[in-house]
Ligand binder design. Structure first.
Ligand SMILES: NC(=O)c1ccc[n+]([C@@H]2O[C@H](COP(=O)([O-])OP(=O)(O)OC[C@H]3O[C@@H](n4cnc5c(N)ncnc54)[C@H](O)[C@@H]3O)[C@@H](O)[C@H]2O)c1
Length: 521
C-alpha cells in the first residue's frame, strides 16, 4: 500500500471565526434531518427501526434518533450473517481492506461537522469534544488500516537449512463489538475498525443512548466498501449485547463500558456453549477511579486548570476523568481554594453553545445517580465548591468539589462518572502512591511534581494504564498515547497502539521440511 505515514487528524481551529461560524449551520442542517432512523441491519437488509429512541440530554423533548431495538433472535441472525461473510472478507488482502477503511476515513472527514453536530445533539458533547471524537474515529481507521498491513507480513522466525518456518496472523472470525455512549463515534468505530482491518466480520451493538451516531458510522463503512454481511448493526439495549456474548458463533468480543457489564461479559464468554469449538477472547476496556497526585513543589498555575479540566470537562463523563486529587498536606488548603475558585467560573451550559465546558449528563438516571453521590459527599465530607445555578432544562448536574471524606466513603471507592471531585490531603507522595496502589482500578492517573526523582519514583510504581505527568489526564490520542487500563479497569490492552490488533487474530505457524529425496513423478 502506498499510503503516507500515519498522522493524527488535525482538530478544528475553533479560535478562527470562519470555523466557528460553520457550526450553527451544521447543527441546523442536522436538526432538519431529525429524528434519524436507525434500522437493525443484517446482511444489508433493513430490519425494524422502532422500539428505541435517543433524545438530546440538553432538551429531552428533542428526539435525535428512532432505532430498532434488537432482540436475542436478531442477535442470532446477525451472527449467522456475519459468519457466512467471514470467508470472503478474510480472503481479501490486508491492503484491500485497508483501502476500504481509508476510504471510510475520507467520508468521515467530508462529514466531520455533521457528525460532530450529531454528537452534540445525541450525547451533549460540547463542540471541541465532539470534534475530537470525530478526529479520533478517523485516526482509528487510518491507524488500524496501516497496522493491519504490517501485521499481514507475519513475523520473522529463525530459519535452519532444509526447514522453512512461517508465521502468519489469521482472522479469528465474528467479532461482537459492544460500545458505550461517551465516545459515540470514536469507540464503536475504533473497535469495529480493528476487527475489520484484520479480516474479521463484525456485529456492532452500540450504546442505547447513541444509536444515531452508530448508524452514521455504519453507513460510512458500507459506502466505503465494507460488504453488508461483514458488518451488521444491532441498535438495542443490554439484552442484545448479552445475547451476542453468549452466541457460539462469536469468536471475539470487543467491549468498552462499565466494570459491572465487563465482568459479566468476561464470565459469560468463559463458558463454552454447545456447538462452540473455540475459546472466546474478550477485549474489555472498563471504568476507573482516576487519581491525580499533587506534590508540595507542584506548579499550581499548571495544576489547577489541568485538574479542573480533567474532572469537569464533558461533565466528568470520560473514562479518563479525574475523580480524586491526592495533595501534599502542606499545600492542600491553597490548592482547594484555587480549585474552588476555578469551579465557580466553569461555564455550565448547553453543549451547542461554544464555550460550554460542563454540559448536561447523558440521561435522567445519571443525574439521579450523581445526586445520590453528592448527598453522600455532603453527609460524610465538606463541600468546598458547588457550581449552582445550572440550566433548568436538561439533565444537568452541578460541578462539585468535596474534601474531608472518611477513608471508606463510597465517593472515594466507586466510579461516579460525573462532575464530582474529591480532594484529600496526604502526608507525602509515598502516602498518595499507597492509596493509588490500594485501588482495584488502574485506568489513568496524574502527577504534578517538579522534582525529576519524584516523577521517576511515581512512574515506576504507578499501576495505571495511562499516567500523565504535569498535564491534564484526559485527551489520549491514537498512536501518541495508546489507551487502556489495568486491574479491574480492563484487560490491559491499548487501543490506538502497537499490539492492539493482535487480539483480533490468531497466529498460525507452518514448518516445512524443504529437503526432497529422489525424483517426484
Ligand atoms: N476504559 C475505557 O477505554 C473506557 C472508555 C469509555 C467508557 N468507559 C466506561 O464505560 C462506562 C460508561 O459507558 P456505558 O454507561 O455505556 O457503559 P455500560 O456498561 O452501561 O454499557 C456499555 C455497553 O454494554 C451494553 N450492555 C449492557 N448490559 C450488557 C450485558 N449484560 N451484556 C452485554 N452488553 C451489555 C450496553 O447496552 C452498551 O452498549 C464507564 O464505566 C466508563 O468508565 C471505559
Amino acid at each position: 500500500m502506498t499510503t503516507p505515514a500515519f498522522v493524527n487528524e488535525p482538530l478544528l481551529e475553533l479560535r478562527r471565526a470562519p470555523v466557528r461560524a460553520a457550526l450553527p449551520a451544521a447543527l441546523a442542517a442536522l436538526d432538519a434531518r431529525l429524528p434519524l432512523r436507525v434500522p437493525i441491519l443484517i446482511d444489508a437488509q433493513r430490519g425494524a427501526d422502532t422500539g428505541l429512541i435517543s433524545t438530546d440530554p440538553g432538551a429531552p423533548d428533542r428526539v435525535v434518533a428512532r432505532a430498532g431495538c434488537a432482540s436475542a433472535a436478531d442477535a442470532a441472525a446477525a451472527v449467522a450473517a456475519a459468519t457466512a461473510a467471514v470467508p470472503a472478507w478474510a480472503a481479501r488482502s490486508a491492503d484491500e481492506r485497508a483501502a476500504i477503511l481509508v476510504r471510510a476515513a475520507a467520508l468521515l472527514r467530508e462529514r466531520r461537522l455533521e457528525l460532530a453536530a450529531l454528537a452534540v445533539r445525541e450525547c451533549a458533547k460540547p463542540w471541541p469534544e465532539a470534534d475530537a471524537d470525530v478526529c479520533e474515529a478517523i485516526d482509528f481507521l487510518e491507524y488500524y488500516a496501516r497496522e493491519a498491513v504490517t501485521l499481514a507480513a507475519g513475523a520473522p522466525l529463525i530459519q535452519m537449512p532444509g526447514e522453512l518456518n512461517t508465521l502468519r496472523y489469521a482472522p479469528r472470525g465474528v467479532c461482537a463489538v459492544i460500545a458505550p455512549w461517551n465516545f459515540p463515534l470514536a469507540i464503536p468505530l475504533g473497535m469495529t475498525a480493528a476487527a475489520l482491518a484484520t479480516g474479521n466480520t463484525v456485529v456492532l451493538k452500540p450504546a442505547e443512548q447513541a444509536p444515531g451516531c452508530a448508524g452514521e458510522l455504519v453507513r460510512a463503512l458500507h459506502e466505503a466498501g465494507v460488504p453488508g454481511g461483514a458488518l451488521g448493526l444491532l441498535p438495542g439495549e443490554g439484552e442484545a449485547g448479552a445475547a451476542l456474548v453468549r452466541d457460539p458463533g462469536v469468536h471475539t468480543i470487543a467491549f468498552t463500558g462499565s466494570g459491572a457489564v465487563g465482568m459479566d461479559i468476561i464470565a459469560a464468554a468463559a463458558q463454552p456453549v454447545p456447538g462452540q469449538h473455540h475459546l472466546k477472547r474478550v477485549v474489555a476496556e472498563m471504568g476507573g477511579k482516576n487519581c491525580v497526585i499533587v506534590d508540595s513543589d507542584a506548579d499550581l498555575d499548571d495544576a489547577v486548570p489541568a485538574i479542573v479540566r480533567s474532572a469537569f470537562v464533558y461533565a466528568g463523563q470520560k473514562c479518563s476523568a479525574a475523580s480524586r486529587v491526592l495533595v501534599h498536606e502542606t499545600i492542600a488548603d491553597g490548592l482547594l481554594e484555587r480549585i474552588a475558585g476555578a469551579v465557580d467560573v466553569l461555564v455550565v451550559g448547553q453543549a451547542e453553545t461554544l464555550g460550554t465546558e460542563v454540559p448536561p449528563v447523558i440521561e435522567r438516571e445519571a443525574q439521579d445517580r450523581l445526586a445520590r453521590y453528592a448527598a453522600i459527599a455532603e453527609r460524610e465530607g465538606r463541600i468546598v465548591a458547588r457550581r449552582d445555578g445550572v440550566p433548568g432544562t436538561g439533565w444537568f448536574s452541578p460541578p462539585t468539589v468535596v474534601t474531608g471524606l472518611p477513608g471508606g466513603s463510597a465517593v472515594l471507592a466507586e466510579e461516579i462518572f460525573g462532575p464530582l471531585l474529591a480532594v484529600e490531603p496526604v502526608r507525602d507522595v509515598d502516602h498518595a502512591c499507597e492509596i493509588v496502589d490500594g485501588l482495584p482500578y488502574a485506568l489513568t492517573g496524574g502527577l504534578f511534581a517538579r522534582n525529576p526523582r519524584t516523577v521517576a519514583a511515581v512512574t515506576a510504581r504507578s499501576p495505571v494504564g495511562n499516567l500523565y505527568v504535569n498535564r491534564a489526564i484526559t485527551g489520549a490520542m491514537v498512536a501518541r498515547q495508546p489507551f487502556g487500563g489495568n486491574r479491574l479497569s480492563g484487560t490491559g490492552t491499548k487501543a490506538g497502539g502497537p499490539g492492539y490488533l493482535l487480539q483480533f487474530v490468531e497466529p498460525h505457524v507452518v514448518t516445512e521440511n524443504t529437503m526432497r529425496h529422489g525424483i517426484v513423478v
